[in-house]
Design a protein around this ligand. Sequence first.
Ligand code: PLP
Length: 480
Amino acid sequence: MNDQASPLQKQLQAQIQERRIFDQARAYADAYMAEVRTRGVFPGADALAALDAFDEPMPAAPARGEQILELLHAHGSPATVAQTGGRYFGFVNGGAVPAALAARWLADIWDQNPALAVMSPVVSRLEALCERWIVDLLELPAGTAAGFVGGTSTATLCGLAAGRNHQLRRLGWNVQADGLFGAPELRVILGEQAHASVFKALGLLGLGQDRVERVPVDDQGRMIASAMPALDQSCLVIAQAGNVNSGAFDPFTAICDQARKARAWVHIDGAFGLWAAASRATRPLTSGMAAADSWSVDGHKTLNAPYDCGVILCRDRQALVDAMQASAAYLIGGQGRDGMHYTPEMSRRARAVDLWATLKSLGRSGIEALIDGLCAHARHFAHLLQAQGFRILNEVVFNQVLAACATAELTQATLELIQASGECWCGSTHWNGEPVIRISVCSWATSAEDIQRAVAAFVAAREKAVSVISERTLNAPVKP
Ligand SMILES: *Cc1c(COP(=O)(O)O)cnc(C)c1O
């Protein structure tokens, strides 16, 4: 650094030269990884209370890097959710493949912006490669385009934007130029149990969350194809690969057949379930899905790529690019892939680096083994719970399990105790009118032993819940 450097520049440059903060981060990361499998899965009350350490007014002056990292590790690390440890079964949150985490560290040092090839030739190349590999793995139509976004919510927004614009263009309306006011009406058809993120996208796109046509579903949450309304070319049909509660898959062949004949656009929300197509054992669940027009899928769920990572896949490349681009179409097929033409953002994180590393680290056989392992653990979990007298309320076709106790009250009390136990963590949902414990096996790190420990935690929690409830009943004021 030359003498002209400002005091701030000298201070920041010194942090790079000394490398101390990077070594410090590395040491903390090592310590974290060493204990993530043995610590409590959810932070305890003390760790949560200690988060007050972060509360201060916006600092007036620069802080030392060492101090920042110290604070983060001392008070941040203990208040994390041990999602990478193997006994986290909440939401559908995936684990993280180690080589992808390491690749991401390196990419963080690069600090690339993949908006344009000219901003980052390497990320542009890796995006193109990830697109090819994923289309191949999932057996989607050749030439399908991919955009790399933060998650399935954004991916679905992109798919529905492409579909909306495409359908309106066919009806003689340029929605990009003229907006929705005065446009021909589109119809949106979806299953009774479409994911909340789909409604968010419909709201953002001006398609309306309430003016949808809901198709009845069966007892697993699958759309009943024969109950679909008559379709026409004003329709957007939204199906799902992996019901967020039961894990069930819609009947894509029947849905897509009707849609094709009517020239309707089909989008499939496959946040975690689309990966079923990458294993021979589960591929039949996705049968017919390649006939859709667009698909949204997460890297950070089933595939175990680090956060955040979502992918929009669109059969008609031009339809996606027309919806997302900020300038002219002639940029396609130029001197490299310009990522911004496939996503709502211009500047973005270089997600393709860790996605590429995840795919390369696992390979085709590793991805299949990962998926098969998650499914086998989910079935085993359900089997052990059933043997302990829990009710299993879904057909365990993929990685999701819905469990309940004898009564709703007992289910709820048991779940609260499971969540507080630190042994494992599960979320809840309502299924056929009753509260249920929702289990998602979504990490490569989960072992058979983790499942046994989790089931033991379920049993212990239910025992305790039984006594809590009977005490509550005994102590309840007697009605006159
Ligand atoms: C998780 C999920 C989403 C939302 O995905 P994000 O990556 O959280 O945006 C959408 N649909 C389904 C079925 C999901 O499981």
